[in-house]
Design a protein around this ligand. Sequence first.
Ligand code: PNS
Length: 165
Amino acid sequence: MRIAVCPGSFDPVTLGHLDIIERASNLFDKVIVLVSFNPAKNKAVFSVNERMEMIQKVTSHLENTVVDCYSGLLADYLKMTGASAIVKGLRAVSDFEYEFQMALANKKLYSGAETVFLTTRGENMYLSSSLVKELASFGGEIADFVSPEIHDFIYERLTGKKEQN
Ligand code: PNS
């Protein structure tokens, strides 16, 4: 069985992440969406449980996809679960240098770790969790950037108020 891991902070999961997860689920037998966190450097707005719940909600239509969390090295998680691939989305050249470094480090730490890059869709080129947080914190509309199932939860948390329809 070919198992892939889609790792990230997912603070919160965006439509850009979801696109990559859906495409990974078409390519692999099983996909683990992994909320990776470092308790010593926690700058996240959403708790690990909240991030996992949001991912569960937006991936419920994907039968071969599960959600997990881990606070250690990704390479160790792959060894532990028998996963052979790390799937990451690439938005622009600016993503590449960091992702290339991570791919090489993970391969060095565990030779069974293959990193697979999927190019993002054009409409998601500029999309990031940080952009969603910045936009919503000023009361801006985020409906084009996050799934409808989690929109209100994100909006209310970041603005402290319910959206007027
Ligand atoms: O969504 P992000 O913040 O771009 O995700 C980065 C992430 C979580 C994938 C990356 O930081 C990671 O893999 N962290 C786990 C620790 C690790 O294995 N680091 C790489 C080897 S030093």
